[in-house]
Design a protein around this ligand. Structure first.
Ligand SMILES: O=C(O)CCC(=O)C(=O)O
Ligand SMILES: [Fe+2]
Length: 298
């Protein structure tokens, strides 16, 4: 029996929806080691997002747990605590503060977007402030065959406009292959994805609108009701998430983020970037065209 399976034997693992998500009890994350990390990774590959209630980790325990899965990074565009640069806290109180209420996977404007995010709910509102996740495996699987074939040849520009850093950009395949499971997933999101590189502006707008809407159909999602002390850990390579801004009172979360890998296209990209340089309608594309030119070294 593999280490992961052996350690899993004493666990209570309850899937929470038909698409993704499981609640895990019987594993203490404070002081976890490589065996527990192997178990968690194995469960994460199967369920995509895991919830561990009643963990109440200190910031240092939270960081130590995160380090079991790889190198951690701070948030590139938000202030972090200088003493713990890999750790950050998001606070929202009665309309003030940041709430991630657009569907996204984390930091996709980077060449190597984060692979895992590990969140600790410190203070949660009495009601509201749930988080939703959607399975991008399911979203890919549900595309029609012609749409799969079209999307597998395409790439998209993502930028950090939501952090007022629109100049930070990266290009990723529209359909990626998960390096561990080998499964294909849809990798565009409404928060960070701006432009499909190989299509005209108008085509890109229509396809992105379709894909981002398609990706978050209720049947692909789970909605989780938090309690203080719960840890959630998700795989950004095959999920998106969205916080519900429907609460009053205070909501405080803490996060560590495991550094990413470069998304692998599910199939070779088949087209060159669209050349819209002579059309007046492409003025909005100037920063993207400049970025692609610089990236290609031309
Ligand atoms: O507050 C949450 O539930 C999730 C926030 C978020 O998008 C993140 O930490 O990546
Ligand atoms: Fe997020």
């Amino acid at each position: 029996m593999a280490i992961a399976e052996a350690a899993e034997a004493g666990l209570d693992v309850r899937p929470l929806s038909g698409s993704l998500g499981a609640e895990v009890r019987g594993l203490r994350l404070a002081g976890a080691g490589v065996d527990e990390a192997a178990t968690v990774t194995d469960l994460l590959m199967r369920h995509q997002v895991l919830f561990f209630p009643e963990q109440h980790l200190s910031p240092d325990e939270h960081i130590a747990f995160g380090r079991l899965f790889g190198r951690l990074e701070g948030h590139p565009n938000l202030a972090t605590d200088p003493e713990r640069p890999e750790f950050f806290e998001l606070r929202a109180t009665d309309g003030a503060g940041g709430i991630a209420d657009e569907w996204h996977s984390d930091l996709t404007f980077q060449d190597e977007p984060s692979i895992y995010s590990i969140l600790h709910m410190r203070t949660c509102p009495a009601v509201g402030g749930d988080t939703m996740w959607a399975s991008m495996y399911r979203a890919y699987d549900a595309l029609s065959q012609p749409m799969k074939e079209l999307c597998e040849g395409l790439s998209a520009i993502h930028n950090a406009a939501p952090h007022d850093r629109a100049e930070k950009m990266a290009v990723h395949p529209v359909i990626r292959r998960h390096p561990v499971t080998g499964r294909k997933s849809l990798f565009v999101n409404e928060h960070f994805t701006r432009r499909i590189v190989e299509l005209s502006r108008a085509e890109s707008d229509v396809l992105l609108a379709h894909l981002t809407r398609h990706a978050t159909q209720p049947r692909f999602t789970i909605r989780y009701r938090w309690q203080a002390g719960t840890i959630a850990m998700w795989d950004n390579r095959c999920t998106q998430h969205h916080v519900l801004d429907d609460f009053t009172g205070e909501r405080v979360i803490q996060r560590v983020t495991v550094v990413g890998d470069r998304p692998e296209p599910a199939a070779p990209l088949r087209h060159v970037p669209h050349d819209g340089s002579r059309t007046a309608t492409s003025w909005w594309d100037l920063p993207y065209r400049r970025f692609l030119r610089e990236r290609a070294g031309t």
